[in-house]
Design a binder for this molecule. Structure first.
Ligand code: 2AM
Length: 173
């Protein structure tokens, strides 16, 4: 019997305008490293890692039972993270909705014995990988509004990593 294992994470997926704004910023930062492909731009909520099919099914059942409000994050700052060597947008949530959603998703993962990042949650959008510096750049803040969250698979392809949205759940109201 073959059991498939997928590399999974929960994320916010951008609407087309938000994606375009992030992609423009990423393109402007190109001299500093390797831009994330526009199709791959996202906000990770909880990274799950390798998950087997049975656990994936349980994750989907549990995620479907979450109630959460719309998330709004104002990304107004560029950061350089030295260890992962990324340049990312970082920002502040306008209310507790994002933190409450992340908390619920971490609880789901813990119930399925999936270890998750225990550092404080920092909403960010990775724009550049293999970065070695943070260029000076002024930009219009990006207001990321999400009325849904997704379960996403990270797929290795010959052209590099590609993210595939497996499921989407809508906020209430
Ligand atoms: P990031 O780009 O938002 O930092 C899919 O692999 C995504 O999950 C990555 O793009 C990365 O998000 C995040 N990720 C990968 N490995 C991770 C880890 N070990 N812990 C936390 N997040 C991770």
């Amino acid at each position: 019997e073959i059991t498939q294992v997928k590399r999974l994470f929960f994320a916010l997926w951008p609407d087309p305008e938000t994606r375009a704004q992030c992609a423009a910023l990423s393109a402007a930062l190109k001299p500093a490293g390797r831009p994330v492909h526009p199709d791959n731009l996202h906000v990770t909520l909880v990274f799950l890692g390798s998950v087997d099919e049975a656990t994936e099914a349980k994750l989907i059942d549990a995620a479907a039972a979450i109630r959460f409000a719309k998330v709004s994050i104002n990304f107004d700052k560029l950061d350089y993270w030295r260890r992962p060597r990324i340049i990312c947008l970082s920002g502040k949530a306008e209310d507790s909705a994002a933190a409450l959603l992340v908390e619920q998703l971490n609880t789901i993962a813990a119930a399925l014995e999936i270890p998750t990042d225990d550092r404080p949650y920092q909403a960010h959008v990775t724009l550049i990988r293999k970065a070695n510096r943070l260029p000076t750049l002024t930009f219009t803040p990006i207001n990321w509004q999400a009325d849904a969250f997704c379960l996403v698979e990270s797929c290795s392809t010959p052209e590099g990593v590609a993210y595939r949205v497996l499921k989407t759940w809508q906020a209430y109201e």
